[in-house]
Write a protein that binds this ligand. Structure first.
Ligand SMILES: *Cc1c(COP(=O)(O)O)cnc(C)c1O
Length: 474
């Protein structure tokens, strides 16, 4: 019979930080991890043990046993503290442009270009023909004008800064006329009225939420007007009794009153995806051909490239923007130039772009292929999880995400996982903390996995993660 030790006595059995640091397994980790991380891990382990002892829990009755427990917790802490905060996540939600998971994935050629720019020096700002200073935008400017039919192009940090730069340059101190139905808020507090204030332009709202006619814009035009703005309502839809003024109608007004017309497309894309069951939305080429003087869109939404704000349009306006000091503040880095050039090059062969750009590949995935992939993953999962969960299949829909095409429902096949011994919340928590992390969808008591956004080779990892997490955690 072991004699009962009081918690206060047990606290005295806890080792000193230095003693733990001298333990061979821990000392060995000092060669590949910063000392500060190891020390923090030991301190936190001692803290947790202290709490356990005070709660009356048994962490051993000899000095050796207590030390062993502290070492075990320390090693676990080191694993958590030493790993980077930005980690890979398996996206099994079926939301293709998942904003919280980093929006668009880059295709292979774009990834290679980033690697190239990261590994060696590049001609980022040197013209290799003349040996003189060149423009960092040269690599993407020509291909953007070729693909969109615009006279000139400029690329900045993101579409929010593109809109800010365009408004400030073309209409700073002047009035900008926008329909009340288009005063968009994009996630992360980008609101058209607020951006307008930042840019120094003055917002003039016209029309109503559901109907705005060309005559509404016309009546608002004064000597103070600097720009007519159309904002694509990318993340919501106004349906029913509606009337939007078309870009052609705005362009006609613009010509009549000698005012530039700008279209913020948000998610601008270069190929028409309506043949693949996606809603018909205007492409950048169509808006440029329709006469818009300036068009802005994101690089990492439906375009499927790196984060960037792309501005195309008339040379005289783009040249003015290039001279604006704000352009330097929101300029793109060399990795963006590399990834964007490679992504845009894919569009020279639109059929190939659909296969090579991950965003387009996922959006246009064949439902039968998704059904087959889901079926085979479900079969493997059923065998692997044994009696820990019920695995099933059901029809459902994937989403575009990223605030694009909010009403589009892409048919898919979902794998359903009903855990038998732990709650759904517990399973999802364990999967988030697993390495790599995994995110699915929750419905009722089931976890739903959509293979549309699962990348090649991730199936194995999913099976392992699900089994680990059903069994006992990360
Ligand atoms: C997404 C979006 C933006 C912001 O683009 P970011 O690239 O996220 O900065 C601006 N306007 C519209 C209409 C959008 O959809």
């Amino acid at each position: 019979m072991e004699k009962k030790i009081k918690p206060t006595e047990k606290l005295r059995m806890l080792p000193a930080v230095d003693e733990v640091l001298r333990i061979r397994q821990i000392a060995a980790l000092l060669t590949e991890n910063p000392r500060s991380i190891i020390v923090k891990a030991v301190r936190e382990a001692l803290d947790s043990c202290r709490k356990l002892i005070l709660k009356g829990e048994d962490i051993g009755s000899t000095n050796e046993q207590v030390l062993d427990e502290v070492v075990k917790i320390t090693l676990n802490n080191i694993l958590k503290l030493a790993r980077p905060k930005l980690r890979p996540v398996i996206n099994a939600t079926g939301v293709v442009l998942h904003t919280n998971l980093g929006r668009a994935l880059l295709g292979e050629n774009a990834r290679r270009a980033v690697q190239m720019a990261a590994t060696g020096y590049t001609n980022l700002e040197m013209d290799l023909v003349t040996g003189k200073r060149g423009s960092r935008y040269a690599a993407v400017e020509n291909i953007l004008t070729e693909l969109t039919g615009a006279e000139a192009a400029l690329v900045v940090n993101n579409n929010a800064s593109a809109v800010l730069l365009a408004l400030g340059t073309l209409a700073g101190g002047k009035e900008v006329i926008v329909s009340r139905g288009q005063l968009v808020e994009i996630g992360g507090s980008f609101r058209i009225p607020d951006v307008m204030v930042q840019s120094g332009a003055i917002l003039v709202e016209v029309g109503s939420t559901n109907k705005t006619y060309p005559s509404d814009y016309q009546r608002a035009i004064t000597g103070e007007t600097g720009l007519l703005l159309q904002v694509h309502t990318s993340n919501y839809r106004i349906v029913g009794f509606t009337r939007e003024t078309t870009i052609a109608e705005l362009v006609q007004l613009g010509q009549e009153y000698d005012l530039p017309v700008m279209s913020d497309l948000g998610s601008g894309f270069l190929v028409d995806l309506s043949h693949y069951g996606l809603p018909k939305e205007p492409t950048v080429q169509e808006v440029v051909a329709g006469g818009a003087d300036v068009v802005t869109f994101s690089g990492d939404k439906l375009l499927g490239g790196p984060q960037a704000g792309i501005i195309v349009g008339r040379k005289k306006y783009i040249d003015l923007m290039k001279k604006n000091p704000l352009t330097r503040a929101v300029r793109i880095d060399k990795f963006t130039v590399a990834a964007l050039e490679a992504t845009l090059r894919e569009y020279l062969e639109p059929e190939l772009a659909l296969k090579r750009i991950p965003t387009l590949r996922m959006l246009t995935a064949d439902p039968e292929e998704l059904e087959r992939r889901a079926g085979s993953l479900a079969e493997e999962l059923t065998a692997a999880v044994k009696d820990l969960a019920d695995i099933g299949l059901e029809k459902g829909f994937s989403r575009v995400g990223g605030g694009a095409m909010p009403t589009a429902e892409l048919p898919t096949t979902l794998i359903t996982i009903l855990p038998k011994y732990i709650s759904l919340d517990e399973l999802m928590k364990r999967l988030r903390e697993h390495n790599p992390a995994m995110i699915g969808r929750a419905r009722d008591d089931k976890l739903l996995l959509d293979v549309r956004t699962v990348q090649a080779g991730e199936e194995e990892i999913i099976i392992e993660a699900i089994c680990n997490c059903l069994e006992g955690g990360a």
